[in-house]
Write a protein that binds this ligand. Structure first.
Ligand SMILES: Nc1ncnc2c1ncn2[C@@H]1O[C@H](COP(=O)(O)OP(=O)(O)O)[C@@H](O)[C@H]1O
Ligand SMILES: [Mg+2]
Length: 210
C-alpha cells in the first residue's frame, strides 16, 4: 500500500512549549486512523502540523500534496458573500489551476448531494446553521478527490443521520485509496471500517496504538 503520510519524530511548539513531542505516524492508502485523547492533549496541533499550518521544530513530514483538511473550529468569515455551492467548488481548485470545469462542478454537486446538502447550494453561508456549514466544509474537502483527508472532530454538531452519511462518504473515499486521519472522541466509529487504527495522544505523545 502506498504511503500517503509519513511523520517521523515530530515536535511542534507554541513558543518554547512543545504541544507535540516526538510523534511518528504513517497513513497508507485505504487506511483510516482515529486520533483520540483528552482535551488539550495535542490532537488539533498534530493535524495542523500535518496540514502544514504549523511548522515542525524537529522531525520530518512527507505527504501527498493532494490533501484536504477540515479544522475543528472553522474560522470562516460568515459574512463573506458566498453561497454554499461556491464554497464547495473551491475544494476542486489547486495551485496554478485558473478555472473551474464542468467536471469540477459535477464533483462539487455530487459531494453536496452525498452529504445531503445539495438543496443548500444557492444559500448564502451566513444563513446556514453550524451543522449545515460543517457539512459544506466536509463537501468542500471531499470533492477534490484527496489522497489524504484530515478531519478534526468532524462529527461535532452533526446529528446521527448526518454522521451515518459522512461515514458512508468516507468509506467510499477509503475504497478509492484515500487515507483518512480523523480526530474523534467516539472510537466506536471504528466499527465497519476495515483498515482502521486508533492512536491515543496524551500530553503531546503517542500513549497507545491499537
Ligand atoms: N495557539 C496556541 N498557542 C499556545 N498554546 C496553544 C495554542 N493552541 C493550543 N495550545 C496548547 O497546546 C496544547 C494542545 O492543544 P490542542 O492541540 O488544541 O489539543 P486538543 O486538540 O487535543 O484538545 C494545549 O495545552 C493547548 O493549550
Ligand atoms: Mg482539538
Amino acid at each position: 500500500m502506498t504511503e500517503r503520510l509519513k511523520l517521523v519524530d515530530a515536535v511542534i511548539k507554541y513558543g518554547d512549549t512543545p504541544a507535540i513531542n516526538g510523534v511518528s505516524l504513517i497513513a497508507r492508502s485505504g487506511e483510516m486512523i482515529f486520533i483520540t485523547g483528552s482535551n488539550g492533549s495535542g490532537k488539533s496541533t498534530l493535524t495542523k502540523g500535518i496540514a502544514g499550518l504549523l511548522p515542525l521544530s524537529s522531525g520530518t513530514l512527507e505527504r501527498t500534496p493532494k490533501m484536504s483538511y477540515v479544522p475543528q473550529y472553522e474560522d470562516a468569515d460568515r459574512d463573506f458573500p458566498a453561497s454554499a455551492g461556491e464554497i464547495v467548488l473551491t475544494g476542486t481548485q489547486r495551485p496554478g489551476k485558473l478555472f473551474t470545469t464542468r467536471s469540477d462542478r459535477e464533483a462539487a454537486l455530487s459531494a453536496m448531494s452525498a452529504l445531503g446538502i445539495d438543496g443548500l447550494s444557492g444559500k448564502e453561508i451566513r444563513t446556514l446553521s453550524g451543522g449545515q456549514l460543517r457539512r459544506v466544509f466536509l463537501a468542500r474537502a471531499v470533492c477534490g478527490k484527496p489522497e489524504l483527508l484530515l478531519l478534526d472532530e468532524p462529527c461535532a454538531g452533526l446529528d446521527a443521520h448526518s454522521h451515518e452519511v459522512l461515514f458512508g462518504v468516507l468509506r467510499g473515499l477509503l475504497s478509492e485509496g484515500c487515507a483518512v486521519v480523523m480526530v474523534t472522541h467516539d472510537i466506536s466509529d471504528i466499527d465497519g471500517i476495515p483498515e482502521a487504527r486508533i492512536i491515543r495522544i496524551s500530553h503531546g505523545r503517542i500513549a497507545g496504538n491499537e
